[in-house]
Design a protein around this ligand. Structure first.
Ligand code: EPU
Length: 430
């Protein structure tokens, strides 16, 4: 077990390169089992959620060959539909994509309910509604979902809630179903387009991705292909916010700026100068940052995954800001930790009210979920003195080399082993 230590107050300068998108990768890996020959995925982020999914695929018979740090070849020809009731599937949320993929391929699946960050209630009723509409019988027993269909038939499915996971899962189940499926009120996130691009390159017939009506015509088989993952807009957003909070001049490399428009608009409102050059953004924070209100919405609205890091930045702004999360109304576990660092924030219902402070102060804080971890790292960069962040396995689920990247930008940040007796071994300077 490790913890992250930060000596705050050092300015960030230089360039950071963004990795492939976590929330694409975790859907693309299960999607690969729908093919009958090898799928090559390039640009994978080196994070523990990807390792876990790769390992689950091997458990069900896939041959996974690591070509380089970012590239894997998945040969799904020997995959079997064995039950996956618990264990690894509970380590992450995205294991639910195995439901759609296994149901699509084998017409049956038995999979434990997913884990992942606790952000308040995270039902999967819309996934189940979709599977049932396609003809599956779904039983929820002892923490696992049992899905079975004699055959899957295309259907018209209206999502009561705009859901990334349900949209992708229904696509995965429908691409090999008989006939036509329509997903209405579909989510439009770039990761959905990425998954649809892979499926299309595998031979699937999908139209309308990126709009709220997706039309799928089932095919008999899908074949292998090569696919390069899109850059991670949330990882990029995290470094952009860190640069706005504590940067001098930071270049964010390998981004699709159009995926980040809601964030960039809010930063400009705050007084941050942003220059765009093809797939790079140059971030130059202003002298004084103005307070702004944000409200998280489905894409292309402000992403809930950047709400927590953005709240840390707002502690530095002049005035009071209101942060409302309409996607996960209880995604505020980071607030108690920020308060330990002298932030003036209070939660009222689904909103956090942030009053700018002169300076945060380093403190011992604990990560409760992935993006809360990013929020605490950013707060630590801004704070006076030392911040000690524990439970960092949440951070490693979604950020590749975050400490190394920030150190290269000039931050004083390092990891230390947490000994059982609470003693630590310093890795500073290694
Ligand atoms: N919802 C339902 N029923 C459902 C599905 C969703 O009520 O069947 C609700 C959720 O409770 C939530 C809203 O609909 O209030 C949106 O949830 P969505 O299904 O879109 O979320 P998800 O697919 O479970 C993905 C990302 C999350 C990200 C959300 C929203 C993955 C693996 N996870 O989750 O990412 O916050 O979309 O954009 O793609 C993260 O990366 O830190 C993270 C949590």
């Amino acid at each position: 077990m490790e913890k992250i230590m930060i000596e705050g107050g050092h300015l960030l300068e230089g360039k950071v390169r963004i990795n492939g998108a976590k929330n694409s990768a975790v859907a693309l890996i299960p999607a690969a089992i729908l093919a009958d020959s090898t799928v090559t995925l390039d640009g994978l982020p080196n994070i523990s959620d990807v390792d876990t999914l790769q390992s689950i695929l091997e458990d069900i018979g896939a041959k996974v060959v690591q070509d380089s740090k970012q590239k894997i070849h998945i040969d799904p020809s020997s995959v079997v539909s064995i039950p996956l009731p618990n264990g690894k599937v509970q380590k992450l949320r995205a294991s639910y994509y195995l439901m759609g993929a296994m149901l699509g391929k084998f017409k049956r699946a038995a999979i434990g309910l997913p884990g992942g960050c606790y952000l308040g209630p995270r039902p999967i009723d819309q996934h189940i509604k979709g599977f049932e509409a396609l003809g599956a019988k779904v039983k929820n027993e002892k923490g696992a979902l049992y899905l079975e269909a004699e055959e899957l038939r295309g259907a018209r499915i209206y999502l009561d809630v705009v859901s990334v996971g349900a949209t992708i899962n229904i696509m995965l189940a429908a691409v090999l179903a008989k006939g036509k499926t329509t997903i209405e009120n579909a989510a439009k996130e770039p990761e959905i387009i990425d998954v649809a691009t892979l499926l299309t390159n595998m031979g699937a017939k999908i139209k309308g991705v990126g709009t709220d009506i997706i039309r799928i015509e089932g095919v008999d088989r899908l074949h292998g292909c090569k696919h390069t993952i899109i850059p991670d807009r949330i990882e990029a957003g995290t470094y952009i916010i860190a640069a706005a909070a504590q940067g001098k001049e930071v270049v964010i490399d390998n981004v699709i700026p159009e995926h980040l428009e809601s964030l960039l608009a809010k930063l400009r409102e705050m007084g941050v100068a942003i220059e765009q050059h093809n797939d790079q953004l140059l971030i130059k924070p202003g002298e004084k940052l103005k307070s702004v209100d944000i409200k998280t919405l489905v894409y292309p609205g402000f992403p809930t995954d950047l709400q927590q890091p953005f709240t840390s930045l707002l502690t530095k702004s002049k005035g009071t800001s209101i942060v409302t999360d309409t996607i996960y109304t209880a995604r505020f576990k980071h607030i108690d930790e920020l308060r330990r660092m002298n932030a003036k924030v209070k939660v009222e219902g689904s909103a956090a009210i942030v009053t700018g402070t002169e300076k945060l102060e380093g403190a011992k804080v604990k990560v409760t979920d992935l993006r809360a971890g990013a929020a605490l790292v950013i707060a630590g960069l801004m704070a006076d003195g030392i911040t000690e962040i524990t439970e960092i396995d949440h951070i490693d689920r979604g950020y590749e080399d975050i400490t190394e990247n920030l150190r290269r930008l000039g931050a004083k940040i390092w990891r230390e082993k947490v000994m059982e007796s609470n003693e630590t071994i310093s890795m500073k300077g290694l």
